[in-house]
Design a protein around this ligand. Structure first.
Ligand SMILES: Nc1nc2c(ncn2[C@@H]2O[C@H](COP(=O)(O)OP(=O)(O)O)[C@@H](O)[C@H]2O)c(=O)[nH]1
Ligand SMILES: [Mg+2]
Length: 358
């Protein structure tokens, strides 16, 4: 874990330093958050997306621009180059085939008067694919009337679960929703501590037990706390030790059972956190998780700021048909954007407007 350099056997002094470091960062982030709020949310999303996708776009958009520069009509050679550009941005081969087929069909009889004609055609294909999981979207905490709403957050260690939970909590608080965070990754003391610090930053309560405690028990307490405080939702941070798959899945099943017996219809959403820098490995992680664990209702892709492999988002949308809900665009608490297919495609392709809507 890179964030505060926590280790489970750190001496007390190191922890103190980490904590004050964390507090310092928290107040910095507080300030940047306030600045950001002066901008309109829609513009803000676009700005953050554009920044987050910088590395991918640099690669993809530049090559797309070059490919079609001066071409009057679509040709097999141009399509081949389009294919290569997409593959380089880590869009999976099958997904690339779909995009190329769509673009080829779309542009068959059209004259390529401006380079952007092709980009818009690619955008149209992307938006279609990126919207493919929509039907599996579960009602969000705002749409669902059940209280407390239980959100289970799963994923491999290091993908950004805890960070994303803090970002989500912050976002909900700003929207007038009161979350309670539950530290159900009880395996490492550092994980509990990390969530506690993030909770402070986001200004929300964290329910935690001692290291080594039962994850199900802390979830039980979290739901009880939400009821007694009248909180709207419970966000559960879980462990993600991939190498003990059987135990991990048994643990998650137990957590779900406890949630279901203590809150009607819980968990109301199960979010899978994936690290975009893993490229195609993120796709296989997503496939594994959705095989092992039924009912993943949404995906959050983190660290898109740190990679030129942003095309992986398209592959995941295509191959899993699970809606992508949010993207992590940095390490700070405000670095989270709601996923919108059209805005995402624009940011990926370096288009500034959105004539296709959505
Ligand atoms: N650049 C970047 N780093 C992130 C993002 N999300 C999480 N991280 C970093 O990824 C590392 C692991 O995050 P953490 O939340 O501890 O992962 P967890 O083990 O799944 O809970 C930390 O260093 C985070 O700061 C993101 O969107 N962008
Ligand atoms: Mg964690």
């Amino acid at each position: 874990m890179r964030f505060f350099g926590f280790g489970s056997k750190k001496p007390k002094q190191g922890e103190k330093a980490a904590e004050s470091n964390a507090k310092q960062q928290a107040s910095q982030q507080e300030r940047s958050g306030t600045q950001d709020e002066s901008t309109k949310p829609r513009e803000l999303t676009r700005k953050r997306l554009a920044k987050g996708l910088f590395k991918t776009r640099e690669k993809l958009s530049a090559s797309l621009g070059r490919i079609f520069l001066g071409a009057k009509h679509i040709s097999p050679e141009l399509l081949k180059q389009l294919e290569e550009a997409l593959i380089l941005a880590d869009v999976g081969v099958d997904t690339v085939d779909k995009i190329v087929a769509k673009v080829s069909e779309d542009l068959k009889r059209r004259e390529l008067t401006k380079p952007d004609v092709v980009k818009f055609s690619v955008k149209k294909a992307l938006v279609e694919i990126l919207s493919s999981g929509e039907s599996r979207r579960a009602p969000s905490v705002m749409e669902c009337r059940q209280r407390p709403f239980v959100s289970l957050v799963v994923g491999v260690n290091g993908t950004g679960k805890t960070t994303t939970i803090a970002k989500l909590a912050r976002r909900y608080v700003q929207q007038g929703i009161t979350p309670i965070l539950v530290a159900a990754d009880t395996f490492r003391a550092a994980a509990i501590e990390q969530l506690t610090i993030w909770g402070e930053r986001a200004g929300v309560e964290v329910i935690a037990h001692k290291q080594g405690g039962s994850p199900a028990a802390v979830v039980f307490d979290g739901i009880a706390a939400a009821r007694s405080r009248g909180a709207d939702m419970v966000i559960v941070d879980t462990a993600g030790r991939l190498h003990t798959k059987k135990n991990l899945m048994a643990e998650l099943a137990k957590v779900r059972r406890v949630a279901a017996t203590n809150a009607d219809g819980a968990p109301h959403e199960t979010l899978l956190i994936l690290d975009a820098t893993l490229g195609q490995n993120a796709v296989s992680q997503a496939k594994q998780f959705s095989e092992w664990l039924n009912g993943i209702t949404g995906i959050v892709l983190t660290k898109i700021d740190g990679t030129a492999k942003g095309g992986v988002v398209v592959t995941i949308a295509d191959e899993l048909s699970i809606p992508i809900l949010f993207l992590g665009t940095g390490e700070k608490i405000d670095d989270l954007v709601e996923f919108q297919p059209s805005a995402f495609a624009d940011a990926l392709l370096g288009l500034s407007s959105e004539p296709l809507g959505g």
